[in-house]
Ligand binder design. Sequence first.
Ligand code: C5P
Length: 406
Amino acid sequence: MEKPLLTGKRVLLIIAGGVAAFKSLDLIRRLREQGAAVRCVLTEGGAAFVTPLSVSALSEDKVYTSLFSLTDEAEMGHIQLSRDADLLLVVPATADIMAKMAAGLATDLATTALLATDKPVMVVPAMNVRMWEHAATQANVATLELRGVLRVGPVEGDMACGEYGFGRMVDVPDIVAAVSAHFKGDSNPLKGRRAMVTSGPTYEAIDPVRYIANRSSGKQGHAIAAALAGLGAQTTLISGPTKLPDLAGVTTVHIESARDMLVACEAALPSDIAICAAAVSDWRMASEAVQKLKKHGGEPPDLTLTENPDILKHLSGPGPRRPQLVVGFAAETENVVANARAKIDRKKCDWILANDVSPDSGVFGGDANTIHFINADQAEAWPKMSKTDVAARLAARIAAHLNGKP
Ligand code: C5P
């Protein structure tokens, strides 16, 4: 007989305070059926929905509830509790607990364990649709994902509060499947692959103190680098100046100009995957002034521009070092699909993710994106989603493509 999928795995299940907490009871049984040892932390809010007694009976273990319990600390300190597990699983992950995780708060046993752990963390969000869509929650989720926290769901559906939309927790079998996939290594389908991602704006010097730039935030490119690294790719992020922190598990090369970006890209070759998400300045000064340009009371200076190298086109060009998959972005204000197709022809890249950046789209600097995925024979409209979800979807598609799945 085959061994159950989770034999020998230790899961620390953190049950937070949401209506979906009752599903964690079934989850404990299903995880244990698959061979996992499940130890539970119940938050104060969680205990309003499920009793410590049921949790303890189902897990056949003690339930941990309080940070300052002397007996608990004597038997099993909170640091050890967080590290004894192979995976920390937060079900349901409420808006509140994810906000605390993103902020690094350690106000109770659950958040302290989450902050103290050196093990993978998976969150399974469940909340009202407005709470899920709130900019604060989306920003917190993005922060957690950039730090490598795994996420399952939420999905669209009816909610306990009577509303309909995104925020509903995935079903228990889906959580067990995600946990199993994590342990099976399915979460590392890009292991052994090299990836490079350009991100952010470029700065083109006018003189020693002034420059030409654009409003790119780097959020999309950074999220893609995090997603590729999350799937196991050895990832180099070549980033123009942004306000974003460097990503854990990603090699970040900071550059300013398009020409520097090109040099850094060359240095990152060979690479299996190249994603050009940077908003590279099309032009730079024909000749950069060595000294600060002065007002002389007469005519303003003549800023003669010259074209920058096209990095995407350069990387897509034929040769032994061409990455197996080169992906570009197209920011369009009209005829999104047709213009993106023309761009594939012109630049010889493999895929284009085209987005509408017309002034009312909110893409620049925002957290959401509406993408058209385009390659030689497909044009697919993706629903509006967060930039982290775009990144996850793209990374999964890249993994499937390189591993020969349709
Ligand atoms: O030509 P356009 O700027 O619309 O093309 C956008 C795509 O090309 C993006 O993927 C961008 O990162 C890339 N690009 C580049 N180098 C440039 C200009 C654009 O890599 N100089």
